[in-house]
Design a protein around this ligand. Sequence first.
Ligand code: BYC
Length: 335
Amino acid sequence: MYTQSFTTDTTTLKSVERSSAEDAAKMAVFDTKIDADGRIEPQDFMPEAYRKTLVRQISQHAHSEIVGMLPEGNWILRAPSLKRKAILIAKVQDEGGHGLYLYSAAETLGTSRDELLDALHTGKAKYSSIFNYPTLTWADIGVIGWLVDGAAIMNQIPLCRCSYGPYARAMVRICKEESFHQRQGYEALLTMMKGSQAQRDMVQDAVNRWWWKCLAMFGPPDSDSPHSVQGMRWGIKRISNDDLRQKFVDATVPQAEVLGVSLPDPDLKWNETRGHYDYGQIDWDEFWQTVNGHGPCNRERLATRVRAHNNGQWVRDAALAYAEKQRQRAMKEAA
Ligand code: BYC
C-alpha cells in the first residue's frame, strides 16, 4: 500500500514539474506577444487572470450597451418628428447589436451569454454608472448622443487596439456606429439651439445635469483605479482613466462653444502651461453610490431589463424549437 502511494506521489510530482515547465514556456510566449504588441486569440494560452479581467470588462461593457438602450428607448414614442424617431430607433437598435458583439466576444473566453445575463439580472454584475440617471426632456436625448456617446468613443477608440483580438475587432464596428450616434446627438442639439428660447433653455438644463456624470463615466481617478496598472500592462487598456477624461474635456469645450451652451464648472479654464483645460472636482461619493446600486434609476433600470428578458422568453423558445425542427429535417434528409 505504501509503495503504491510512493509510486503515485512520484508520478504526480513529475507531472507537476512537467506541467509547470510547460506553463512557464506558454507564459513566456504570452508575455513576448504582449510585449511585441501582438494579439491574443481565443485558442492561444492566456493566464487565468488575463481571461478573468477581460470577461469582467467585456461583460460590464456589454451590459452597459443593453441597459443603455433603456433611457433612450423611453423617448422613441415621444420623438418630435418622424425623422428623429427613425434615427432614435436605429440608434437604440445599434446599442442592442453592440451588446451582442460583446457577449459573443466574452463567449470566446468561455463564459456564456446566459451566465453573464444572469449576473446582470441578479444585480451581481456592473454596468456603466451613466445609465442610472433619468432622461427628463427631449434635450436629454441629444445630450446623451453628444456627451455620453462622445465620452464612449473617447474611451472605446483605444480599445480597437486591445490585445485580445475578438474584443478589438468588435470595437472597430462599434466605434463607427458610436460616431454616427455622437453626430446625430450634436446635430439634434444644434437644431434646438436655433429654435425658441424655451428649447435653448432645455438644452442648457440637460447639459447641466449630464456634464459631471459624463466625466465620471471614465472611471475613478488613476490613483484609485485598482485594475488600471495591470490592464495597461496587458494592453487591454491603452490610455488611463484620467488621461481619457482630460482628452474628452479638451475636445468637448470647443464643441460647447459652437453649440452656444456653457459647461457647469466655474473652474473650467485653459491652462497655458499644461496645454489642457483645468476642471473642477468630480463628486466621487455620488459616483460610487450609483455604481453600488443606489443611483436615482438603478432599481428601475434593472427591473425593466429583467421584465424585457422574461417577456422575450417565448421568442427564444420559438427560435430553439425552429432550430431543432431544422436539425431533425436535415438529419432525415441525410439518412
Ligand atoms: N460605471 O479600476 P477601474 C456606452 C468600476 S457603453 C460603473 O478603473 P477598469 C453607451 C470598474 O468596473 C459605456 N462602474 O476599472 C451605451 C471596477 O469595478 P470592478 C461603457 C465603473 O476596468 C449605450 C471599479 O469601478 N463602456 O457608452 O480598469 C448608449 C474600478 O475601476 C465605472 C465600457 O464599458 C463606471 N463608469 O476601468 C450610449 C468601456 N468606471 O470590476 C453609450 C469598456 C469604473 O472592480 N470598459 N467602474 O467591480 C472600460 O474601458 C473600463 O472597464 C473602465 C473602467 C474605464 C470603464
